[in-house]
Design a protein. Structure first.
Length: 94
């Protein structure tokens, strides 16, 4: 079950960011508004679950979502539903 796999908010923020692009740890930390240390630990956890893959280009480590993981479709659906709910709540507050 997904809640058992992904328990931290930072993990969800990272996964939702990685849906759209492959990027470096620094950019992930900046865009998800967390520290590089927290981002590093979260990426290690997600790598151990095989939800995220890392490639190395020179000194840069690039991270991307593992789209062939069996649970990744569920994760993408959950992220999209959360984004829709946030969008709708912002519309109601106008």
């Amino acid at each position: 079950m997904l809640p058992d796999l992904i328990t931290r908010k930072v993990d969800w923020r990272i996964l939702s960011f990685l849906i759209s692009k492959e990027t470096s740890l620094s950019e992930i930390a900046r865009k998800t508004k967390t520290t590089k240390a927290n981002t590093h630990h979260a990426l290690k956890r997600l790598e151990s679950l095989d939800l995220v893959r890392k490639s190395i280009q020179g000194k840069t480590h690039l991270y991307k979502l593992n789209f062939i993981h069996p649970k990744i479709k569920n994760i993408i659906n959950i992220v999209e539903e959360q984004e829709k709910a946030e969008y709708n709540s912002k519309l109601h507050n106008l």
